[in-house]
Structure formats: structure tokens, C-alpha cells
Design a binder for this molecule. Sequence first.
Ligand code: BTN
Length: 149
Amino acid sequence: MVQVTPLLLMLSLALVTPSLSSRQCVLTGKWTNDLGSSMTIGAVNGKGEFTGSYHTAVTATTNEPTVSPLQGSQHRTNQKGQPTFGFTVNWNFSDSITVFTGQCFVDKNGKEVLKTMWLLRSRVENMKDDWKATRVGTNVFVRLQPQKE
Ligand code: BTN
């Protein structure tokens, strides 16, 4: 009978389990952010492009939010595992557009986190109101349904 020493066991585990920092962060799936908004990102194609849908929990308008389409792309150097990305949400219940830019990280517990910044452009009637038409902020997204390993 072959004796497996604890040291040998630990060594073989280290070889088969990728380290947390080398795990890939994948944009595809369902996400929620610190405002309670949710979004679904579809498959990322060979060019790094993706589409999806966004349901915001908050609005700068008096309208009731409805699910709006998003379009984006992630950087092609995604083999490194923590890609940068950007996407645009074309709100279908207001005249506004939001652009998000961010990076898909794997944290120290192996959890995927999207750290983003956004610009929300609202429509104004006159050019003289342009100065107040853009809001800026940050959002942190985590997965709604964790991916299976
Ligand atoms: C609008 O109010 O005209 C459209 C909705 C804007 C929602 C913003 S986008 C940035 C921030 N993050 C969210 O999840 N919702 C707000």
C-alpha cells in the first residue's frame, strides 16, 4: 500500500489548484452593484465584444426604470485574466446614456469583482445647461449567481 504523506498531498494540491490571483475573471453572467442595480452580460465574442441588459435600481428622472440594453467590449489582452472593459447603457425610459469603464478582478477570496467608474449624460434643452448635464460616479459589481468551478 502506498503511503501519501501530508506534505506530498499538499504539494499535489498546489499543483492542480491554480492560485487565486491567477484565476480568470469572466464578464459573462449576472451581476449586482452597490446601488442594488443588476445586469446580465452575454457571451464575449472573439473580438472581445458583448451585449447585455441592465436594470437600474435608481434614476435621475421621475420615470419608472425598465430593463435597458448595454453594449461593450473587453480588452483583447484578457489572457492575463483580469481584463479591462467598457460598456454603454442606452436607457430606454429616459433620454440619457451611461458609459461604464472598469476592470474585472479576482479578490483574495477568489471572488470576482467589477470595479467601475461611470459617466451619466442627461439630455438638457439648451447648450447653456450643458455644464450640469453629466454626473460621475463609481460602482462595484459582484456576481448574482456564482459560476460553478
Ligand atoms: C436615468 O436616470 O436617466 C438613467 C438611469 C441612470 C442610472 C445610473 S447609471 C450609474 C448609476 N449606477 C446604476 O446602477 N444606476 C445609476
